[in-house]
Design a protein around this ligand. Structure first.
Ligand SMILES: C[S@@+](CC[C@H](N)C(=O)[O-])C[C@H]1O[C@@H](n2cnc3c(N)ncnc32)[C@H](O)[C@@H]1O
Length: 209
């Protein structure tokens, strides 16, 4: 749940990001971007972890990738995956306009496939794509996450539907079931330590052994 008072305490971003958030809120064809409270958590985590390699699943128009690029050490880089061509193209334009084209690489493609061929290790992974697919992504995410690396999974409370059965919309039943499976797995996986934080739409914060 968003809390207006607490949201108002969050410092404003630079003009570029503020404009991008505003534009995204007006454009119906744009995917929703990260909620402000979650965004502030991401910035705090990046300052804490100082990751060198970041992976994002779910670019949309590039807002969170640019936000992360602004808050990473100079020699860090971001790979971000987006399956919807229209979003990926807009994201590439936004990345260039932000001046972070050397830091951010947008890969257009279905994450389940891209994650499969992607290699290297990442110190921070932000999972923000189709919620029903998180469980399917997990084996590759585990392979790609460095030891000691951090995985942040967004929207895991899914508008209250995860905790309250009565709120589950009929057409969301499968997604909710899959998110339950995902949460049970990341809470019990012996290589992960996970906390669920009810911020924004709920995040799971995991650290790999
Ligand atoms: C909530 S938006 C991401 C918002 C972005 N992280 C931000 O805060 O600026 C989710 C995006 O993930 C993309 N997406 C969903 N499932 C995907 C998948 N399986 N592979 C790649 N992209 C996916 C959607 O097209 C959408 O643009």
């Amino acid at each position: 749940m968003e809390n207006n008072y607490l949201d108002e305490l969050i410092p404003k971003r630079d003009e570029f990001l503020e404009n991008l958030r505003y534009k995204s809120s007006l454009e119906e064809s744009y995917a929703p971007i990260v909620q402000k409270s979650t965004e502030q958590l991401i910035v705090t985590l990046l300052k804490l972890i100082k990751p060198h390699r970041v992976l994002e699943v779910g670019t949309a128009v590039g807002y969170s990738a640019i936000l992360m690029a602004q808050n990473l050490p100079d020699d860090s880089s971001i790979v971000t995956i987006e399956r919807y061509k229209k979003h990926a193209d807009i994201a590439v334009d936004n990345v260039f306009a932000s001046g972070f084209e050397k830091k951010i690489k947008v890969i257009e493609g279905e994450a389940a496939e891209v994650l499969h061929w992607l290699d290297g290790r990442f110190d921070f992974i932000f999972l923000d794509a189709a919620k029903g697919q998180y469980i399917e992504f997990l084996p590759d995410i585990m392979r790609l996450l460095n030891s000691g690396g951090v995985l942040l999974s967004d929207n895991i409370l899914y508008h209250g539907m995860i905790e309250d059965e009565e709120k589950v919309e009929r057409r969301k039943i499968t997604i909710v079931k899959r998110l339950h499976m995902y949460l049970e797995e990341i809470m019990n996986n012996e290589n992960l330590t996970t906390s669920i934080i009810p911020i924004g739409d709920g995040v799971a914060l995991s650290v790999k052994k």
